[in-house]
Design a protein around this ligand. Structure first.
Ligand SMILES: Nc1nc2c(c(=O)[nH]1)N[C@H]1C(S)=C(S)[C@@H](COP(=O)(O)OP(=O)(O)OC[C@H]3O[C@@H](n4cnc5c(=O)[nH]c(N)nc54)[C@H](O)[C@@H]3O)O[C@H]1N2
Ligand SMILES: Nc1nc2c(c(=O)[nH]1)N[C@H]1C(S)=C(S)[C@@H](COP(=O)(O)OP(=O)(O)OC[C@H]3O[C@@H](n4cnc5c(=O)[nH]c(N)nc54)[C@H](O)[C@@H]3O)O[C@H]1N2
Ligand code: SF4
Ligand SMILES: [Mo]
Length: 799
């Protein structure tokens, strides 16, 4: 990252004259609304010195990045330029927590006013991925896309058109992905996707136990627990709405907090009474052993399992299943002769047997207790087992449906409801692939069917009618950076006989942007309207107000998609006569129909935020099913909590997709023979200095959280590696060179690289920045076909 405008201004090394000269050399100033936006913007940005003699206006807004949080931002605007940011200063109350910005949010001006912003539309001139482009006009860009799209559709049909999973514009009203799908739907159809990169395994597995993913209670109930287990959950860094706040409140109320994670995460440091390090991919061995203790010491809730559950013991099994398949039979080793004792588990997961025993007893006897699952351990090859394993521990201890307990699993619950712009129908119906398998659908789509997780194939059609040929990657970096196996992905993208059109829109020249045929400069959240809502339990909505005009020649995705719709003859159907502000107003009115307390547009503008107090909105997942089972069945086939799932049994892939949750020894786990060659397990995590890959180019944040790999001192000693050394991390898929931090905050045998760094291969293809996806695999998880990006074996040497 070169020296930028903020340095130059703060150390006063650049005179205003040379500054303007410089800025107009790299930007082509464009006259918008009578002012030269580019130059004016750059000449007035100083973090330390707000301009004088100007009337300051303060507008509230929020970002629409996919960071796990949603915070109130106050933009101080002087003469059309945001000169300062402040944030929520309202006092915290237990029912209404403050929504103050994190370090990333404090640096938003470095995002909006970054000198590297994409400034005008561009067309590729070099080879795919080389990053060579020429400037074109918006009209030329739209013409090209329309022409190519029409040609590709005529040749391959509408199922060749795909919009990639992308979370960079995660406003609640107008996502870029939905809007391109609306246009594609209006012009013949498209191949859709299901799942997400976030929680494919959890979303697919949870319903097999409970019939739904809505298994979350409101977070205020955590203070009524006696014990909280955060299993692979790091809300101090990942936010999950305001989870970290409520866990802190529970701690202050005296609740014991245990974190189970291969790393001593920031949550473990800040909130835990006990950190239990565990080997990645082996959580179910520990869960099985906890279940063993709970069963063998008769600590389970017998009344609860008899009344509400299917599959606990042989007396409560569904029809048509042979003997010996219940949870008790498996745990006691009645069929395989292996009792799942703490000693058995300890050899696999490396948690001492006594620690497992103690936690099992504490969890089962200190009721109510809450087991909250993060999504890190489900982003694994057999992550579905982890998810269902948590739900079973919650159920056998009777912690479901009670205040202070927690049903585990996905944990979704939604309080504030907003209505998104309808994206209309897809003439191809529900034809979708798992989003993680898009590279496969480019290479071998016509071989992919139900076994690959394809849904919605018409009667009589076994596979997709075509490979993907036209790719829209709008507001995302999963075209390469955030997808697995960057080297394989790059090969696929470089081959122009595969994808014939790649359209990318972004704010910056990201690794994905470099692979575009047409690269479009998006505006940022401060330049347009939307509404942001917090994650589950979504308790808050914030008006994402437009604060400034579009910088340079940028447009919002909605603005240029409107141009594309016009070119394709569907503008009226696309916009329905509305611009973004109209849609936001429309959505507010829709929300007010269901929730009369939802503010009017004017009220919303004044306050910026709508926050539902939990006082009268407390939700306890499955409370009705437990209190009144006669009238409230679970939405599963049996109407009960399915510890044993007949639906999974009937799939008949029991080794990888068992009917009760079990430890499944993972490929590239500690029991894979490949460990001889690559002896270290590698995981990633969602880092405080970035939102995925977003903000990787903000060097203020690099100071707060450098891109370094964590390694245990023991593993370093045998490899003669010192703290701060540059190391080479490699497997069959690729190689990274990056600095290492030696720490006891990670279990020996495992290394961890924070996910999201911009993939930066040198001429030999060696990544020099530390993008973990250089090393991750495209093999999907067994049931969900989700991304197993924490399942990797590697070796590390001094570089
Ligand atoms: N700062 C920040 N916050 C974010 C995001 C971000 O990029 N940056 N992204 C947001 C998004 S979109 C999402 S989906 C969520 C992601 O939320 P999560 O998926 O929950 O986050 P991760 O950091 O991937 O994983 C959580 C923890 O799991 C641990 N872990 C990894 N593998 C294993 C395992 O096998 N077993 C156990 N027990 N633990 C394991 C990791 O060390 C980590 O501390 O975060 C959201 N919040
Ligand atoms: N190894 C590994 N890989 C992972 C994960 C992991 O844990 N480990 N986590 C996965 C998860 S949970 C997720 S959600 C994905 C996230 O992957 P992505 O959805 O790709 O998220 P980002 O990397 O934040 O990329 C968002 C992009 O949008 C751009 N952007 C921001 N605002 C706007 C806008 O208004 N308009 C436009 N057009 N562009 C904008 C940003 O500059 C950025 O390049 O990554 C996944 N990849
Ligand atoms: S990055 Fe997320 S958590 Fe941080 S201030 Fe922005 S919305 Fe809040
Ligand atoms: Mo995510």
């Amino acid at each position: 990252m070169g020296k930028d405008i903020f340095d130059s201004l703060s150390d006063n090394k650049m005179s205003r004259r040379s500054f303007i000269k410089w800025s107009s050399a790299v930007t082509a100033p464009v006259v918008i609304g009578g002012t030269v936006q580019g130059t004016r913007m750059l000449s007035q940005v100083s973090a330390e010195e707000p301009s004088e003699n100007l009337d300051e206006q303060i507008l509230t807004t929020c970002s629409t990045v996919n960071c796990g949080g949603r915070c109130l931002i106050k933009a101080h605007i002087n003469d059309g330029v945001v000169t300062r940011l402040t944030t929520d200063t309202k006092e915290d109350t237990f029912e209404l927590p403050q929504l103050r910005a994190c370090i990333r949010g404090r640096g938003y001006r470095q995002f909006v006013y970054h000198p590297d912003r994409l400034k005008y539309p561009m067309k590729r001139v070099g080879k795919r991925g080389e990053g060579k482009f020429e400037k074109i006009s918006w009209e030329e860009a739209i013409d090209y896309i329309a022409k190519e799209l029409t040609r590709i559709t005529q040749k391959y049909g509408p199922a060749s058109r795909y919009s990639n999973y992308a979370s960079g514009h995660s406003g609640s009203i107008i996502g870029a992905g939905n809007m391109i799908q609306k246009i594609l739907g209006l012009t013949g159809g498209y191949l859709g996707y299901h799942n997400s990169y976030s929680s494919a395994q959890t979303s697919n597995a949870t319903p097999f136990t409970y019939g739904t993913t809505q298994t979350g209670s409101t977070l205020n109930t955590l203070s009524d627990s006696k014990l909280i287990i955060l299993w692979g959950h790091n809300p101090v860094e990942t936010r999950f709405g305001v989870t970290d706040y409520y866990v802190r409140k529970a701690k202050e109320a005296g609740v014991k907090i245990v974190v189970i994670d291969p790393r001593q995460s920031d949550t473990a440091v800040a909130l835990a009474d006990e950190w239990i390090p565990i080997a990645p991919t082996t959580d179910n061995a520990m869960m099985d052993a906890m279940t063993y203790v709970i069963i063998s010491e008769k600590l389970y809730d017998k009344n609860f399992v008899d009344k509400y559950c299917v599959g606990f013991d042989e007396e409560h099994m569904p029809e048509g299943v042979p003997e010996g398949e219940s949870l008790v039979s498996y745990i006691m080793g009645e069929k395989d002769g292996v009792a799942k004792t703490p000693e058995w588990a300890s050899k696999i997961c490396r948690v001492p047997a006594d620690t497992i025993r103690k936690l099992a007893r504490e969890f089962a006897t200190n009721k109510p207790s809450a087991l909250l699952q993060g999504w890190g351990p489900q982003r694994q090859a057999y992550g579905e087992q982890f998810v269902r394993g948590g739900t079973v521990l919650a159920a056998i201890t009777g912690n479901v449906g009670v205040r202070g307990g927690w049903a585990s699993g996905a944990g979704y619950v939604s309080l504030v409801k907003t209505t998104a712009v309808p994206k209309g129908d897809n003439p191809l119906g529900g034809l979708t692939i798992p989003c993680f398998l898009w590279t496969d659908a480019v290479v071998r789509g016509t071989e992919m069917g139900a076994k690959d997780g394809v849904k919605g194939l018409p009667e009589g059609q076994e596979t997709l009618p075509t490979n993907i040929k036209a790719m829209f990657n709008l507001a995302g970096n999963t075209l390469i950076n955030q997808h697995s196996d960057c080297n394989r992905t790059a090969e696929i993208l470089e081959d122009e006989s595969l994808l014939e059109l790649i359209v990318v829109s972004d704010i910056f020249m990201t690794p994905s942007a470099k692979f575009a045929d047409i690269l479009l400069p998006s505006n940022s959240f401060m330049e347009r309207w939307d509404i942001g809502t917090t994650w589950a339990p979504s308790q808050q909505a914030i008006l994402s107000q437009k604060c400034i005009d579009n910088l340079f020649e940028t447009k919002s995705d909605y603005e240029w998609l409107t141009m594309l719709a016009q070119k394709l003859g569907v503008e009226k159907e696309f916009t329905e006569g509305k611009n973004e502000l109209d849609w936001v107003m429309w959505s507010i009115e829709e929300s007010r129909k269901v929730d009369p307390n939802f503010p009017t547009f004017d009220e919303f503008k004044k306050k910026g935020i709508y926050q539902v107090s939990l006082e009268d909105k407390t939700v306890i997942a499955f409370e009705e099913q437990i209190k009144d089972p006669e009238n409230h069945k679970f939405e599963t086939p049996s109407g009960k909590i399915e510890i044993f799932s007949k639906a999974l049994w009937d799939m008949n892939e029991l080794d990888e997709i068992p009917a009760i949750p079990k430890y499944v020894s993972s490929w590239e786990g500690p029991e894979d023979p490949l460990i001889e060659k690559y002896p270290l397990q590698l995981i990633g995590w969602h880092y405080k200095r970035r939102c995925h890959s977003t903000f990787d180019n903000n060097k203020w944040l690099e100071e707060a959280g450098p891109q370094v790999m964590w390694m245990n001192k023991e593993d370093a000693r045998t490899r003669n590696i010192k703290d701060g050394d540059k190391v080479k991390v490699f497997n069959e898929r690729g190689e990274i060179h990056m600095p290492v931090k030696l720490t006891n905050r990670i279990i020996p045998g495992t290394v961890a690289i924070p996910q999201g760094a911009w993939w930066s291969p040198d001429k030999n293809g060696i990544d020099q920045r530390g993008n973990i996806n250089t090393l991750t695999s495209q093999r999907p998880s067994a049931l969900a076909k989700g991304n197993p990006q924490h399942t990797n074996l590697v070796e590390v040497e001094k570089a």
